[in-house]
Design a protein around this ligand. Structure first.
Ligand code: PLP
Length: 409
């Protein structure tokens, strides 16, 4: 992939790229951001987040679904308080939360419980009790256990049921990112148990007004046919539950990670949704996380060493996979980008480099075959696509859990 001529250009866009040979992000030279904030630091662009949401809205508004949808930001992707506060002030999205602490955090950042939809599994009695205290919070039950425990505390209310169609959609069929398929997963209620679930809801006078599904993550344009099939399969549940007024189609919208990736065509995505829902009296919800925040973030790093071992040139940096686990967990590397335009200087020779972190684990590799200019004099490096599922999944492994986060205007 490093031989692709688009390697240094595919990720560039008006707010991220080289200006006069220097990397710039959100209107500021990255070198200045590093001087001001140090490393390792995640910098997020407010404007990019707003643009990503705007693009989703424009695509949906161009279909018959205009005025009949709600975007819920999946806060599990990034819960940085200033980011959530910014979103709550903007008022363009609600929240998809997946734990009582996430709900409390969203409320503390300015969201009303009515703006929050909750979907998660394996809830304890204590979890459900805490959730039930947020008046107005909407509960999607992903098991009969959840229906029962919620029904005991909140009889007579409306709920959603998370369903599992036995079919999923994910980036290039990556099974680590797929939540439904041939293999039985913990997510949602299957067709075989749906009648029992409805019966249970009835016992507690719960009205099932929403069907929810989220079957995988990271899909791009080439996976839209699969999304189309997933939705078709999920309509069986809608058709077998006459009280349904809302359908939540989950998140899963992906962003490119490689030059060879075809970005998600939002018009085609919206057309798939419109094809299934335009003719139905249904309000649609979607809960993207990655699409809203992933490409709004950079991870600023310092070089620690550059050394050849056998035939491999290693470039070490001052943070490891524990503060941004996606590359290691899901094989979705964040491309390393130099601060000086490697294409600007005709004499620059490019080298193949393995970029590694500072954690004592074999999987602590940021990028196996990065193509970089001579880094012997350079002191810093940036990883792109670090805005989602990084700090929200971070750990203190090796007691190296420190990082800074900054929301840029
Ligand atoms: C129920 C649910 N909704 C939404 C999302 C957000 O997914 P993504 O960030 O891929 O859009 C997830 C992610 O795991 C999820 O589990």
């Amino acid at each position: 992939m490093q031989n692709d001529p688009a390697y240094f250009t595919w990720w560039q866009r008006p707010d991220l790229g080289y200006q006069q040979g220097e990397l710039s992000f959100a209107g500021t030279a990255v070198r200045e951001l590093i001087a001001e904030h140090g490393t390792p630091t995640f910098v997020y662009s407010k404007q990019r987040v707003a643009n990503n949401i705007q693009r989703l809205q424009t695509a949906l508004d161009g279909t018959a679904l205009a005025g009949r949808y709600t975007i819920l930001y999946a806060m599990k992707a990034n819960r940085f308080a200033p980011l959530l506060q910014f979103l709550s002030k903007q008022g363009s999205v609600g929240i998809d939360a997946c734990s009582p602490n996430e709900v409390a955090h969203a409320v503390a950042c300015g969201f009303e419980p009515e703006e929050i939809s909750f979907t998660a599994g394996s809830l304890s009695q204590q979890d459900v009790k805490r959730l039930s205290e947020f008046d107005g919070l909407f509960m999607d039950c992903d098991s009969q256990h959840a229906i029962k425990t919620w029904g005991q505390l909140k009889p007579g209310t409306e709920i959603g049921i998370r369903v599992n169609p036995g079919l999923g959609v994910s980036r290039a069929g990556n099974d680590r990112l797929q939540y439904a398929g041939d293999v039985t997963t913990k997510f949602g209620i299957y067709k075989e148990q749906f009648a029992d679930a409805l019966e249970l809801a009835k016992q507690y006078q719960l009205t099932v007004s929403k069907i929810h599904f989220h079957t995988g993550c990271g899909f791009l344009t080439s996976e839209l046919n699969q999304l189309d099939q997933v939705i078709s399969a999920c309509l069986w549940f809608v058709d077998n539950c006459p009280t349904v007024k809302r359908v939540n189609v989950g998140g899963g919208l992906g962003v490119p990670h490689f030059a060879s990736d075809n970005p998600l065509d939002l018009e085609q995505w919206a057309a798939v949704l419109a094809k299934h829902f335009a003719g139905r009296d249904i309000h649609l919800e979607m809960e993207p996380g990655e699409y809203i925040v992933k490409d709004c973030g950079l991870l600023l790093l310092s070089k620690t060493y550059l050394e050849k071992k056998r035939n491999t040139l290693f470039l070490g940096v001052d943070a490891g996979f524990n503060i941004a686990p996606e590359p290691a967990y899901y094989n979705l590397p964040f491309q390393p980008v130099p601060l000086i335009d490697p294409q600007g200087d005709a004499a620059a020779t490019l080298e193949k480099v393995m970029v590694v972190g500072n954690i004592n684990e074999a999987l602590d590799v940021w990028y196996e075959d990065a193509l970089l200019p001579d880094m012997s004099e350079e002191t810093h490096l940036v990883l792109i696509n670090a805005g989602g599922y990084s700090t929200s999944m971070a750990s203190n492994h090796c007691m190296r859990g420190e990082f800074k986060e900054v929301l840029l205007d």
